[in-house]
Design a protein around this ligand. Sequence first.
Ligand SMILES: [Zn+2]
Length: 286
Amino acid sequence: MKLLVALVCLLATTTAALADEPAKLPPTKDNLEARRAALVKKLDGQGFTVLVEAPFVVVGDEGPRMTAHRATGIMRWAIKLLEQDYFAKQPDKIIEVWLFANEKTYRKGAKKYFDDTPTTPYGYYSSAHDAMVMNIGPGAGTLTHELVHPYMEANFPNVPSWFNEGLASLYERPSEKANHIIGLPNWRLPNLKRELKAKTLPPMTTLLASTRDGFYEADYDAYAYARYLMQYLQEKGKLRAFYKAFLADKQDPTGQAALEAVLGEKLATFEPTWRAWALALQSDNR
Ligand SMILES: [Zn+2]
C-alpha cells in the first residue's frame, strides 16, 4: 500500500520548462528588481502582490500586507538562519516563490502559470520552472520546508532525496533556539511510531541507500523516517556536523559513513538506539 505521506515534495525533474519562461539569471539586486517589474506587468489586474525578498522574488495572492508580512517575517528569518547554519551559497538563479492563500487558488495557479498538476495539497519546488509554488493557508511550515530545496540544489547538487527531504521536513515546524533554526516534532510522528511498532520500516541502510524513486515511491513512510533521523541528530547537537561531514565526503553518496563518523558508532548499534528514542518521542502532532 502506498502511504499518503509525500505531502510536500519536489516536483518530478522531468517537468519541462515552459517556452515563455524567463532566462535563468543570478539573483543580483538589478536582476531581482527586473524580474519583479516583469511579473507585475504580466500579472496586472490578477490580484497578486509581487516583491523582492533576496535572493527570491515573492508572488502572493493574499494582498499586499499579508504577502509583505510573510516575506519580511518567516521567510527572511528562515533564509538568514539556514544560510548561517548550512548554506554558503545562495541559489545561482532567480527563484520565484508563489504563495497562494488556499488549496483552490494554489492548484488553479499551478496549472495556469506553470502547467503543473500538483500531487500534494501543500506545495512543491520545481527546479524546471525555478519556482516554489505553495498553498500557504495551512501555515508557514510549507515555506520553510520548500526553502531548503533550492539551497540544497545550489550547495549539495548530488544530495540524495532522503537527506534533501529529511532536512526540509525537519523545518516544517520551525522554531528558534540559541540563534539557530530548529524543527519541533510534528504531525509525521504518529505514522512513524505506527510503522516502528508494526516493524514495517526497513533497516536504516535501506533508507540511506534509496534512489530518488526508491525514496519518493517507498512503501514505508520515508519522509518520516528521514525527518526523525534529522530530529535525533538535532537533539544530540550533531546535525550541522553531519551536514558538513556528508557534504565533504566524496566517497560515500549514501551518507552512512558521515553518519557513523559523527555518531561515533556503527549503524548496527545506532539503529536500535534511534528506534527506541523515536518510539518514546512525544509530540502534539501539529
Ligand atoms: Zn520537499
